[in-house]
Ligand binder design. Sequence first.
Ligand SMILES: Cc1cc2nc3c(=O)[nH]c(=O)nc-3n(C[C@H](O)[C@H](O)[C@H](O)COP(=O)(O)O)c2cc1C
Length: 181
Amino acid sequence: MDDEILVMGICGTYDLDSANGRMLEIMLEQCSNLGAATIVWDHGSKPLPLVGADGCWDDPNVKEFQELATKADAFILSSPEYHGTMSGVMKNSLDWLYSKHTSGKVFGLVSTLGGQPSNNTLNHMRIAARWIHGWVIPEQAAIPHIKNAFDENGNLKDASLNERVSSISTSLVESTIKLRR
Ligand SMILES: Cc1cc2nc3c(=O)[nH]c(=O)nc-3n(C[C@H](O)[C@H](O)[C@H](O)COP(=O)(O)O)c2cc1C
């Protein structure tokens, strides 16, 4: 690759030691193996205020988040499904991004569920990413029954799900390079 691309992971929880934090770790490592630089936003150490809360417009974490997003070429959004949609943490993160930060950039989507697989969170994140003029790749993954999804090494037990996740990382990096040409 001539110019290194930067992939930014955004987690739908405050804790990167969560299932979604782990999904980002897995996928950002895959992107890194494909030659991309990677970074993950840590809501635990740098929480974003709710959009509209007192003082939010001057919050230094917001400024840093937006600057990082401006530098990024692509994003991976990983959110737990809460009551049939993305978490509030994920929605608020996306609410802090406007097309000036994200226009023409590539998005890959993952969600985790306590129960049965569902595409709700994926579809809702797809709509939000479109609203900030992102190009969302068609590959996506919902990881159901999340408590039993990982083995003792933190890898997904289900081989086909593993392949699906890896195809998201590959498509994200390849699509970002294609869009840059
Ligand atoms: C408020 C709340 C709502 C939830 N709603 C759903 C739901 O609608 N469907 C589902 O399968 N799991 C639901 N869950 C379970 C979460 O999706 C699950 O705990 C999460 O994916 C685990 O990821 P994490 O370790 O990154 O937090 C809910 C959990 C919480 C706390």
